[in-house]
Each structure stands twice: as C-alpha cells, then as structure tokens.
Ligand binder design. Structure first.
Ligand code: NAD
Length: 492
C-alpha cells in the first residue's frame, strides 16, 4: 500500500501544487485561486498572509486493495485534503467519482474554507475523494471501501470530531456517512463525542432533521432573497419575486432534486431537467419527484410522459430561462459555451460549475451569478448544527418545545380575552406548536442564508470595483480568515 502525507504551509503549499499537476490535466485548484487572487486585490493584507490563506495545508493521498466479489483484486485511489487549519475541526464532504483527482480535492477543500467563513460556520475547509464510479460496485463492496477509507483516515489522524469531520458530496449520502461513523466509533471505543466525527448521517444514527435537503433548501433561500431584491432584478431585466420564474436544473441528485423541489414549491416553474443520459423539457412545468420516480423505474429521465426529449444534456443549459441551476459537477460553463447561455440568473448548486474564463462572459452578458461558495453553503450550515447536536447529546427543541408551546397558548388566551375573538383549533395548533428540531434547523438555515446574502451586497456597495457576487464572496471570506490568523497573533 502506498501512503503519503503532504503538509505544506505558506509558500510551500503553493509550490507543492504546481509540482504535482500533470500537463494537460484540468487544475480546478488553480481556477479557485484565480478568483481568490482577483478578490485579494480588494484587501490590503501582506502577501505572506494571503499565501497562507490560499495554500492547501495538508493532503493525504493513499491507495488500498479491494478484493472484489468476483475474486479479483483492485487498487483503490483515495485522498483527504485539509485546506486550512485556522479553525478546527476542518470540514468537507467525501466524493465518489471516477473523475476524482488530487487538485480537484484540494480545490473543493479550499472552497469549503471560504464557504464556512462566508456563512460564519467555525470550521476550516477539507474534502475527500475516492476514485470510483459507485454504480460499478455492489453495496457490500462500497461498504468495504468506505470502512477501509475511514480506517486509513483514523490511522493518520485525518478524522475526528475535533480534527476533521467529513460529510456527503457527489456520489455519497447518508448510508456512507453511517458506515464512517460506525467504523470510527468501533476504532475509538468509549469516545463520548464519536458521532460528531462525520455529519450527514441518518437521523436514527445521530443525524439531524433537515440535513438531507439542507443544500437544496439553502439554494432556494438564496434565490428567493436575490429575486426579492427589486434593484438587482431590474438590473438583469426580471420582475421581482420567484413566482413564475422558469428554472432549468442540471443533475437530479441530492442537491438538484431538493433545490428544484423548494423552488417549485416557492412558485417557480421547472421547465427542464438534465441528467447524464439526456434532458427533458416541458413549457408547462415538470414535477421533480415524478421525474425522479420515472428515472428509478426506467433507468432514464428520457421519455417522461408529457415532456419533450432534448437533443443533449448540454442543450438544456442553453435554453431560454430565468434561472439555470447546475447541480452536478464542476467545469460546466467554459469560454466555449458561456456565450450561448441565455439564463438571467445562474444559481451554482454544484461546486465550481463556472470556470474563470466563463465568469467575465457572464458579466458582459449581464447574467447574475449567485456563487457556489455562498449559495450551496446550506449543507455545511446544517452539518454544523448536526455536529453541535452530537456534541451536546440532545436533540434541538427537546428542552424548550413544551415550554414555548405553553407560552404561546398563554399569549393566545390573552389575545382572546382582550379581543373577544376565539381562535379555531386549527389556528391554535399551528400558532401554539412549539418548535421541533426541523423547525429550528430550517429557521437557523434561513437566517444564515439571508444574512450572508446581505453581507455580499454590502461588500459590493463598499467596494464599487468588485465585479460580481463571486468576488464579493471571496473578499468576505478573505477578511474573515485573515482576521482569524491575525487574532492568533501569527501575523501582525
Ligand atoms: P449526487 O451524487 O447526489 O447527484 C449528482 C447528480 O448529477 C447525479 O444524479 C448524476 O447522475 C448527475 N450528473 C452527473 N453528471 C451529469 C451531467 N453531465 N449532466 C447532468 N447530470 C449529471 O451529488 P450531490 O450531492 O447532489 O452534489 C452535486 C454537486 O453539488 C457537487 O458539485 C457537490 O460538490 C455539490 N454540493 C453538494 C452538497 C451536498 O450537501 N451534497 C453541498 C454543497 C455542494
């Protein structure tokens, strides 16, 4: 087995990256750093501090063998990158994809650092990846891969409730997170906070209500807030409000499905869905759940009753629409296809869907890009709530629900006595219910997404030269991480 732990700090981190990039390979990490560098021009921090923020502190790359069910042995390639230790633990998802490569994991870890800073989640950024196509493995094989991966992270100190806390990402979900938690707990008997070693777990295994749909719900809050802003909408030629906005979604996985659901329930019309196998279109609107069920039964979203098959997945991205929601992988919008994009708003559910070459084209075309490092932060926000729940060993609302309900009932009775009006049983039940865990989680998420959005607008107002919301988001993140280093006394 090959193992390698790389630890780079300050300039070493950056030079290390260049040394491992193979020619011709896409370098997502460098793309993230281009946006970082553009934003850094709007700050006045010393170059050394900016270098420290930008570099990826540690990368653990390892291989391990898997005995497949057919008896053959296969070597599995895996990574965990910890981008910034300015706050501990570090946090970020684990991706299972045949396309995973080292600089991708580093880039995704960097985005996590900036994302956590933007939404005031007190973690550094991290990310993990295993280079497999999950559909090619049985559930039993996937379980063995996940448990072995966790074992390797434990051995090298790359997982733990106060060290590094993974979560789901592309190709993983609650099932994998439950295997990780179980493996970690088995290797750390008696550790009281063991369940806090990973988030995105099933609710029965220490998860929190609302985590599964949190990224999609957060995207909906971000879009709703942007659409409610009259001036912003006027600038891109749209009327205020989400009602009737025509939405195209790429990727009907965890993020795309839930974002589509909440946007549709919030009044938008889902006119097209694109998946790996192709895309479908319906002017009168699609129901994401019906499409999901159709795909489950037939293996494809194509030939969905009442919808038209489109020529290709790519064609869906170029449809006339108000909102385009990429929720699959990075590198979707390039200099080649950006000129043909007709959406007025791009809501970045995926991480890194817009390349640095596409960004200026979108600015030129007056397209409002709501950037990934802000708008898909709902997942990590609710993961933070799950981690807090695991450390406190009590579900949200358990201590206060009945107390608040009693207060609300007292208030209703006082209103009835003062006005003579009698509330119906239904009104009584909906007003005086006391918040349960899902209510508290969703309201914490809503508050987070709304206030972070207004922080972005405020940054643009303070720096008129900031060209778009992505650079505004990076400026905010740089300020917050820099302040953290300065408070540690490392930099003057
Ligand atoms: P997922 O595996 O649940 O879903 C991804 C979907 O995209 C799958 O249905 C897949 O078939 C589809 N897809 C793949 N290639 C495609 C293509 N070329 N065209 C159309 N569809 C394609 O993954 P997810 O968790 O929903 O993550 C999606 C994106 O969102 C990733 O970029 C991830 O990093 C990002 N993200 C995820 C979370 C989270 O909480 N899961 C949080 C923030 C950001």
């Amino acid at each position: 087995m090959l193992t390698e732990v790389r630890t780079g700090v300050r300039h070493e981190g950056a030079s290390l990256v260049h040394s491992v990039v193979m020619s011709g390979q896409p370098n997502f990490f460098e793309e993230v750093n281009k946006s970082f560098d553009e934003a850094a021009k709007f700050t006045e921090y010393p170059a050394g501090l900016l270098d420290q923020i930008r570099c990826c502190n540690s990368v653990y790359r390892f291989d391990f063998p898997l005995r497949r069910q057919n008896g053959t042995i296969e070597v599995i390639h895996a990574w965990r990158a910890e981008h910034s230790h300015h706050k501990m633990p570090v946090k970020g998802g684990i991706r299972y994809s045949s396309g995973v490569y080292e600089e991708e994991v580093m880039a995704l870890a960097a985005l996590m650092t900036y994302k956590c800073a933007i939404v005031d989640v007190p973690f550094g950024g991290a990310k993990g990846g295993i280079k497999i196509e999950p559909r090619d493995y049985s559930v039993e094989e996937l379980e063995r891969i996940t448990r072995r991966y966790t074992h390797e992270l434990v051995k090298k100190g790359f997982i733990g409730p106060g060290i590094d806390v993974p979560a789901p990402d592309y190709g993983t979900g609650e099932r994998e997170m439950a295997w990780i938690a179980d493996t970690y707990a088995a290797l750390n008997p008696g550790q009281l906070d063991a369940m806090g070693c990973v988030t995105g777990k099933p609710v029965t295994q220490g998860g929190v209500n609302g985590r599964r749909e949190a990224t999609g719900r957060g995207l909906y809050f971000a879009l709703r807030e942007a659409c409610a802003h009259g001036e912003l909408m006027k600038g891109i030629g749209l009327s205020p409000g989400l009602e009737g906005k025509r939405v195209v979604v790429q990727g009907l996985g965890n993020v795309g499905f839930h974002a589509a659901k909440f946007c549709r329930e919030g009044g938008a019309t889902l006119i097209a869905i694109a998946e790996r196998e192709g895309a479908i279109f319906s002017e009168s609107g699609l129901d994401e759940n019906a499409v999901f069920q159709h795909r489950k039964q037939t293996g494809s979203i194509l030939d969905f009753p009442g919808a038209k098959n489109l020529a290709s997945t790519a064609a869906a991205l170029e449809l006339e629409c108000d909102v385009l929601l990429p929720a699959a992988l990075e590198g979707v919008f390039t200099a080649e296809n950006a000129p043909r994009i007709k959406a007025r708003i791009i809501l970045e559910g995926a991480n890194g869907p817009t390349t640095p070459e596409a960004d200026p084209i979108f600015r030129e075309k007056g397209i409002l890009v709501i950037p990934d490092i802000y708008c898909n932060a709902g997942g990590v926000t609710v993961s933070y709530f799950e981690w807090l729940k695991n450390l406190s060993h009590v579900r949200f609302g358990r201590m206060s629900k009945r107390h608040e309900q009693a207060n609300e009932l007292t208030m209703l009775k006082a209103i009835e006595a003062a006005t003579g009006k009698r509330f119906s049983d239904a009104e009584r039940a909906s007003i005086a219910k006391g918040p349960d865990e899902a209510d508290l989680v969703n309201s914490g998420l809503e508050e987070t997404m709304i206030s972070a959005f207004h922080d972005l607008l405020e940054t643009r107002r303070r720096h008129p030269g900031v060209p778009d919301l992505r650079i505004a988001a990076f400026v905010n993140a740089i300020h917050k991480v820099a302040r953290s280093y300065m408070e540690l006394g490392i930099f003057p």
